[in-house]
Design a protein around this ligand. Structure first.
Ligand code: HEM
Length: 508
């Protein structure tokens, strides 16, 4: 009966299925076959309880343990084709990887009103148990779903996404960028230190920047005296703990739902510490606003003040969200941009000329950022959990499955971008007649900030931070890379690891 209903549905949907033509424009196709059941979908074989995990074991696993995201996607794509199933581990939902843009476009768009993206479940657990009394049913963007997510997002969207409001931070973020570049001047000649600690240095800048926005004040991450006891150092450690434990807690195993494992206990402590530190800063911000004793026009208010006007709990939760999602994302993306510019001195020189020019529109800088985000996305794949059955590419994808779009992988294929592995910012500025023109690729291919109404709420802030820092950095330094390619690690988000072989010389 269920299949009958679905195949009726399929016939109706088939004539309206959206597919992309060569220029990324949508056209309509009419596939005519009966949908195949989910269990016949190609993919990794599965064992009871552990699902497909054995394929990722060293030596014996058919996929292997040492592949980066690109290699893993390439293996799955080449071995199984455009639609690939992977059974969940323990209590985790099953996953389906979709390699055709029109397929994930279909699923993502069907959820435009209520996008489901299962978040950090351990963080959700923390908020709903330990902080239950404090936040009283509210839950932040990364953890909430459905009506709760929509309500929270509607409240905070205006404070974070309006470009005019974010631009209020431009002068203060420029001060942070200047301090970061000055610090780099002090440590740049200590090659051994920088090779191991470049990422720490950059993260001091990204945390200082996002804290300015999220907590309403500078927190001193760029001071030379940045000891283990510094609250900034602790916040950095909390974000790191969360990322380090996420693959185990969120992706591969849900054992912690039954027994409090050591990893689970560790991350709960980090969540608590991060909560306490942000609550203290927000409380101080509130005191400062109260002491001011007079109201200021809305357009001059800081983001913290706007969030406090909604509700103190919203301000603390949103600060936590920004401290979770806004540190490593920005450091990673900035490292990528620096890396590609270091490997492409001609592009770096062109950028420097633009930075030093009087033209206020830094189009080449924007193009460089877009191009590095295309090549290396900190979130290499996007994901939505289905809230109904779908028929995609001839298969039934049931409700409750995590549909994954491997955007970074697809963005690196020549099929979509000519000379896809090369850093060519010019493709974002080329006109339509140029074969490099970025618009020849379907819009859904490159989504570094995600998709639709659930896309990154910090996008404007992130872009402003990175552009401000890049201007200061490349005005001051000529950056080169000496050594083997930068190493990338498999985590829930992409991450780099030492050695960082950047060299900094004063730019003429
Ligand atoms: C270059 C830097 C960044 C990148 C590439 C990035 C990317 C992303 C992506 C891919 C998502 C998932 C979107 C989706 O599912 O459609 C996301 C969500 C999110 N990001 Fe970012 N992000 C960055 C910086 C930031 C910053 C600086 C903040 C905070 C100020 C932030 C806060 C968030 C939050 C709160 C969410 C959850 C949104 C929701 O579910 O409603 N991100 N980000």
């Amino acid at each position: 009966m269920r299949n009958n209903t679905l195949s009726e549905c399929y016939k109706l949907v088939a004539v309206r299925t959206q597919a992309f033509g060569q220029n990324g424009r949508r056209s309509y196709s009419s596939p005519a076959q009966e949908p195949k059941p989910y269990k016949s979908m190609p993919g990794l074989s599965s064992l009871p309880i552990i699902g497909s995990m054995h394929h990722f074991l060293p030596i014996i696993g058919s996929v292997g343990s040492n592949l980066n995201t690109f290699e893993m996607m390439d293996t799955l794509h080449k071995r199984f084709g455009p639609i690939v199933k992977m059974e969940g581990v323990f209590a985790r939902a099953n996953m389906v990887f979709l390699f055709e843009p029109e397929h994930f476009d279909q699923v993502f768009r069907a959820q435009e009103a209520n996008p489901l993206r299962p978040g950090f479940q351990s963080l959700e657990y923390f908020r709903e148990t330990t902080q239950k009394g404090t936040i009283d049913g509210l839950t932040g963007l990364t953890t909430a779903q459905g009506e709760k997510w929509r309500e929270f997002r509607t409240k905070v969207n205006p404070a974070l996404l309006k470009l005019k409001l974010v631009k209020v931070y431009a002068p203060a973020l420029d001060e942070v960028a200047k301090d970061a570049v000055n610090r780099l001047k002090r440590v740049k000649d200590d090659k051994a230190y920088l090779e191991n600690n470049f990422y720490l240095e950059l993260t001091r800048w990204s945390l200082e920047s996002v804290a300015l926005v999220a907590l309403g004040s500078r927190i001193g991450c760029l001071d030379d005296n940045f000891t283990e006891e510094h609250p900034g150092r602790k916040l950095m450690q909390c974000a790191k703990d969360m990322l380090d434990t996420a693959v185990e807690l969120e992706l591969f195993s849900s054992v912690w739902k039954y027994i409090a494992t050591p990893t689970f206990k560790k991350v709960m402590k980090s969540y608590q510490l991060q909560w306490d530190i942000s609550a203290t800063y927000i409380e101080n911000a509130r005191k400062r606003i109260n002491e001011r004793g007079y109201a200021i026009p809305e357009e001059e208010q800081s983001i913290v003040e706007r969030l406090l006007n909604i509700d103190e709990r919203v301000a603390v939760l949103m600060a936590n969200e920004m401290l979770v999602a806004g540190i490593d994302t920005v450091s990673f993306s900035t490292t990528s941009l620096m890396y590609y510019l270091a490997l492409n001195p001609d592009k770096q020189e062109k950028l420097r000329e633009e930075i030093r020019s009087d033209n206020p529109h830094k189009r080449y800088l924007r193009a460089c950022l877009k191009e590095s985000l295309r090549l290396r996305a900190v979130v290499p794949s996007n994901l939505r959990r289905t809230d109904r059955d779908h028929i995609v590419g001839g298969y039934i994808i049931p409700k409750g499955v995590d549909v994954v779009s491997p955007n970074e992988y697809l963005s690196n294929l020549d099929k979509y971008y000519p000379r896809a592995n090369e850093f060519i910012p010019e493709r974002w500025l080329a006109d339509k007649s140029d074969p490099l023109y970025y618009g020849n690729a379907p819009q859904m291919i490159t989504l570094p900030f995600g998709f639709g109404i659930r896309s990154c709420i910090g996008r404007r802030i992130a872009e402003l931070e990175i552009e401000t820092f890049t201007k200061r950095l490349f005005d001051e330094f000529k950056v080169t890379w000496e050594g083997p390619p930068i190493k990338i690690q498999n985590k829930i988000m992409s991450a780099y690891s030492a050695p960082y072989n950047f060299r900094f010389e004063n730019a003429k």
